[in-house]
Design a protein around this ligand. Sequence first.
Ligand SMILES: Cc1cc2nc3c(=O)[nH]c(=O)nc-3n(C[C@H](O)[C@H](O)[C@H](O)COP(=O)(O)O)c2cc1C
Length: 252
Amino acid sequence: MKILYFTGTGNCLSVAKCFEAELLSIPQMIKNNIYEIEDDVIGIVYPVYAVSVPDIVRNYLEKCKINANYTFVIATYGFTACGSLNEMKKLLKSNGNKADYYSSLLMVDNYLPFFDIEKQLKMLNKKNIENNLKTIIEEINSRVTKETNCGWINNLISSIGYKVIKQIEKYTPKMFYVNDDCILCGTCKKVCPNNNIEQENKNKPIFKNNCTGCLACIHNCPKNAIQMKLQRSKKRFRNSNISLNEIIKSNN
Ligand SMILES: Cc1cc2nc3c(=O)[nH]c(=O)nc-3n(C[C@H](O)[C@H](O)[C@H](O)COP(=O)(O)O)c2cc1C
């Protein structure tokens, strides 16, 4: 089994790690120019962004050929996945791929302009992550087939929402600023999947214009020195099963 994954704060990697599989980070696949994957079973684990699919995942899957007897998709999200799985289905189809199983998993929402991490962590039990994930794993291990079942309204919201929110998200890096707690350690640069951060010598990080919006730089800063305008929380998040080194290894 092989699993393609993308992660900013570890939720997707924590899910991918629950399977006995070779884990393939999408940013690494892009850097190594690998656009064909073959195995008996192939999984895709991605975070819902803007009720749709993150651009970095889109850009990769638009080119990648997936050859498998059974393919599954798991979207992790924090509030509503809406029609994201349907967007994924269209994306796979556009490149001649298809999946046999689609599911989504409610986890901690890391999107700071909308959610307070403190409150999200308090709600962890209510999200019932372990049990829901157990069901998904059992279904996948039994090779169950499952359609997207998002409903046409959700599908419509996701297909329009993505286009609208994509325009707004262009401004994401402009919302970042670095305070004097920055120790110039370069962690932000190392966790950025898009090579979008410059940090050299005694200069604070500079955010360029190729941001995928994952917030890995903000959430993984060891000094909480990167702030976001409109953030709802000073607290930061990284999935408790995932280390900083694992995020760096995935994205650097
Ligand atoms: C830019 C951005 C947009 C997001 N949009 C949504 C969304 O539309 N719906 C939702 O439920 N969660 C949304 N989220 C939350 C993530 O999908 C969720 O926290 C996910 O589990 C993060 O996975 P990761 O830890 O592997 O990065 C968004 C997060 C980011 C950073």
